[in-house]
Design a protein around this ligand. Structure first.
Ligand code: A3P
Length: 293
């Protein structure tokens, strides 16, 4: 199938977006959530796919093996706001789901979450990743994903990230917006990519206690093994290889999976400018990230 030209960014209620995530807006906003729904919310490149796979395994690994072997992860965990011509929308896929709970992925900033999720007290697992590794990962993703705007060169991309001119808007506003929301609701678990890399099994235990799951130590160990970077990279149902917009000759989707890869991309000068700007943007929050382990 021939792909349409890359989409362009535009301002959508104060957030940079592309049409693929706004064209279905009314249906998204009118979605009927359920109390047992679990939203996996992230700024892009924070380990969304990783968390989707972890939750899918925690809930459904005991189901017949066809699910794990032949249903791509993006069908098991619909992407709420996506709507691309020629493909079922996230809402269509959500309506097809027959599993309980429903696992739902979103990159929406907190102010765009359909109100039904709050009314139904659905749970949210938010994963955040440090800004420097996020922008590096996003850059390589935008290079290989033809459904994203043209990334341009690294230096201009970094500047655009600092300006919040990325799909799904400003990283700074996204992570702090969800962080503030978490202070006033017990239904949000706020996790960090760096913690997941450091000790996946420990974070799995935090997840299970938040979700009220009495998962056995053996199942936790099995899940931890299955979601190791190298195992996921070789898993055709979870490594992005079913996505027609990805050009793997440019970059893999499962790229490095490390904390600190930003050091291979930022020049000393870029790093200084970034740090200075970061301090200004993040001065009113107590949210802290680790950029090295
Ligand atoms: P890198 O580009 O730094 O390698 P998302 O799913 O939100 O798009 O995030 C993608 C990022 O998460 C990529 O980062 C990818 O390699 C990383 N990732 C995916 N699965 C992972 C895993 N099992 N362990 C560590 N990192 C993982």
């Amino acid at each position: 199938m021939e792909l349409p030209p890359r989409p362009t960014l535009f301002d959508f209620h104060g957030v940079s977006m592309t049409k693929y995530f706004t064209d279905n807006w009314d249906n998204i906003q009118n979605v009927k959530a359920r109390p047992d729904d679990i939203l996996i919310a992230t700024y892009p490149k924070a380990g969304t796919t990783w968390m989707c796979y972890i939750l899918d395994l925690l809930y459904f690994s005991q189901m017949p093996p066809e699910r794990q072997n032949s249903v791509p992860l993006h069908e098991r965990v619909p992407f709420l706001e996506i709507q691309m011509p020629g493909f079922p929308s996230g809402i269509d896929e959500l309506n097809e789901l027959t599993t309980f709970p429903r696992l739902i992925k979103t990159h929406l900033p907190v102010q765009f979450i359909p109100k039904s999720f709050y009314e139904q007290n659905s749970k949210v697992v938010y994963v955040a990743r440090n800004a420097k590794d996020s922008v590096v990962s996003y850059f390589h993703f935008d290079r290989m994903n033809m459904a994203q705007p043209e990334p341009g060169d690294w230096n201009s991309y970094l500047q655009r990230f600092m300006d919040g001119k990325m799909v799904f808007g400003s990283w700074y506003e996204h992570v702090t917006g969800w962080w503030e929301k978490k202070q006033t609701t017990s239904n949000i678990l706020y996790l960090f990519y760096e913690d997941l890399v450091e000790d996946t099994e420990r974070e799995l235990s935090r997840l299970c206690s938040f979700l009220g799951l009495s998962t056995s130590a053996e199942l936790k160990r099995q899940v931890t093994e299955k979601v190791l970077f190298d195992n996921m990279k070789n898993n055709k149902m979870a490594n992005g290889s079913t996505d027609e917009a990805f050009d793997f000759t440019i970059s893999p989707f499962m790229r490095k999976g490390k904390v600190g890869d930003w050091m291979n991309h930022f020049t000393v000068q870029q790093n200084e400018q970034f740090d200075e700007d970061y301090e200004k943007k993040m001065k009113n929050t107590d949210l802290q990230f680790r950029t090295v382990l």
